[in-house]
Design a protein around this ligand. Sequence first.
Ligand SMILES: [Ca+2]
Ligand SMILES: [Ca+2]
Length: 117
Amino acid sequence: MLNEESVLLSDEFAAMDLDSNGSIDFEEMRQLIRLEYRDLFLDLDKDVDGYLVTTELSSFQSDFEPVVSEACEKALEMEDVKADARELRIVMAQLDENNDKKISLDEFLNNQNESMH
Ligand SMILES: [Ca+2]
Ligand SMILES: [Ca+2]
């Protein structure tokens, strides 16, 4: 059932295995993951302005689990934000490093890299 995916993966593997030694080192793997997140970002950026805003993020259905501080959690609870909107705001706050309410590709990728440490 995952045949197509496996083929895609092995193609990607071959493409990423730059020195063709049959293994992908950490840097090659990082690059692969960056490319995948870049595709995801481009996918989510419906108006193609290079930034993700809340409405665009709302189509982001994944198992992304941001780390939320207790204070942040409480603040959101007090505001009684709807669960969906609440989750979005958390994701937004987590990714938006310069607080301009937009997620740039850099902010998006930086965050993914951090979760790999
Ligand atoms: Ca956009
Ligand atoms: Ca930003």
